[in-house]
Write a protein that binds this ligand. Structure first.
Ligand code: GLN
Length: 450
């Protein structure tokens, strides 16, 4: 049924980069065989999932939305991919994304923009916009994403679904094509909080293949999603995330969600996190710095595209030609920014300073969590914007992640749940908890999801 739905709508939505009916049906038959052989499979066995094209898959191409990886077949499955298979989920295909996960609209994909199912002239968010659109358009009940600065929560918010960024290190980066390694975090998309928790549980947990994987057990997220209860819970409204630049209709839905929490017995207070205002500029030094280093591996020798290898040109010339043709403009902008910020003489002024700001943001969270159990804010300042509106204005594009970035810099758990429509388009409520407080955001999310 999902394959038929993809056939019917994906010509317009463009959520998928790769779908192969035979590979999908073979996976489904394998689940039936395992069940027939008496294997006890988990609660999601046989359920289809759309998989972001940033995770390696041994039986499907993996491009990370870039021309430089066109046609590349990874030799191995990412840990998240392998765990989806172990749990018996059926991978429907690979979803579109901003190139190397850099963007907030999916317009930076080398393979065309994904469209928001609510309004095909608008963006589905990004960078995991193919995954959010696939679930919102009922092409898949579940999907995967990665969140480096908001790339799960922001697309979830603007397509009216649930998206969760686990605690950093709570889900494995092994086999995730790297953008910014100290921030990249795989997580789930679903149409309900409980579904997201089930998918979260299926692929998370310690992985010896990822050196930053946390050793602690996955918090009891499914149980939390089943016990929606906020009575007596202390909720902090982040004071800094309102006012200028925020769509009044989005703020109205946010305030209603806060009133709902209060009516369910939560104690709501306003909390100030003064350094959150510096999170965006700090992120746009740290993430490009890490990206400039990570993307050095695309050297025309190891993977994918190779341009101008005529036996005459040097390796350096072939590498330069390949990178010039293989990377899109946003990726090049970030490599240049990052290389500059890391260069000797500028390192302390830019990268070093940004890391200090990162520490201050962590301290803001620590101080806040002495007073409250969770923090809430709108997930995004506005609803889905029209395709093309911000494509030539990087700063306007970057503002889409204003509210989501602090949780990435500090490594905290954070979720976005739908909180109604603002002028006919979905708005999201963000719930943030301390590191390893993943269960808490599911509990609160389940209480208020609409
Ligand atoms: N939009 C942010 C960026 O462009 C976040 C991307 C992400 O989380 N992968 O970097």
């Amino acid at each position: 049924a999902h394959l038929d739905r993809i056939d019917a709508v994906d010509g317009e939505v463009n959520a998928f980069l790769h779908v192969d009916r035979e590979t999908v049906l073979a996976q489904a038959r394998r689940v039936d065989e395992r069940r027939a052989a008496g294997e006890r499979l988990g609660p999601l066995a046989g359920v289809p999932v759309a998989h972001k094209d940033v995770f390696t898959t041994a039986d499907m191409p993996t491009t990370a939305g870039s021309k430089i990886l066109e046609g590349w077949r990874p030799p191995y499955d990412a840990t998240v991919t392998a765990r989806l298979r172990e749990a018996g989920l059926v991978i429907l295909g690979k979803t579109n994304m901003d190139e190397f996960a850099m963007g907030s609209s999916t317009e930076n994909s080398a393979y065309g923009t994904t469209r928001n199912p609510w309004d095909l002239e608008r963006v589905p968010g990004g960078s995991s916009g193919g995954s959010s659109a696939a679930v919102a358009a009922y092409e898949a009940p579940l999907s995967t994403g990665t969140d480096t600065g908001g790339s799960i929560r922001q697309p979830a918010a603007v397509t009216g679904i649930v998206g969760m960024k686990p605690t950093y290190g709570g889900s494995s980066r092994h086999g995730v094509i790297a953008f910014a390694s100290s921030l990249d975090t795989p997580g789930p998309f679903a149409r309900s909080v409980l579904d997201a928790a089930l998918l979260h549980e299926a692929f998370s947990g310690h992985d010896p293949m990822d050196s930053t994987s946390v050793p602690e057990a996955v918090p009891p997220v499914v149980e939390a999603a089943r016990h929606a209860d906020v009575d007596g819970l202390r909720v902090g409204v982040v004071k800094e995330f309102s006012g200028e630049g925020y769509d009044p209709a989005v703020l109205a839905r946010f305030n209603e969600a806060v009133e709902l929490l209060e009516s369910l017995g939560a104690k709501v207070v306003e909390v100030s996190c003064p350094n959150f205002s510096y999170a965006l500029p700090a992120y746009y030094l740290i993430a490009p710095s890490e990206c400039s280093s990570n993307l050095a591996r695309f050297d025309a020798m190891r993977y994918g595209l190779r341009v101008g290898d005529d036996g005459e040109r040097s390796a350096e010339e072939v590498m330069a030609l390949t990178r010039a043709q293989g990377f899109g403009p946003e990726v090049k902008r970030r490599i240049m920014l990052g290389t500059y910020a890391l260069s000797s003489g500028y390192y302390d002024a830019y990268y070093g300073k940004a890391q200090q700001v990162r520490t201050l943001i962590k301290r803001d969270f620590e101080a806040a969590f002495e007073q409250v159990d969770v923090l809430v804010s709108p997930t995004t300042p506005t609803t889905a914007f029209p395709i093309g509106e911000r494509a030539d204005d990087p700063i306007a594009m970057y503002l889409a992640d204003l509210c989501t970035i602090p949780a990435n810099l500090a490594g905290n758990a954070a979720i976005s749940v739908p909180c109604g429509l603002a002028d006919g388009l979905p708005a999201g409520l963000q719930i943030m908890a301390p590191v390893l407080g993943d269960d808490r955001v599911y509990r609160v999310g389940a209480a208020v999801e609409r």
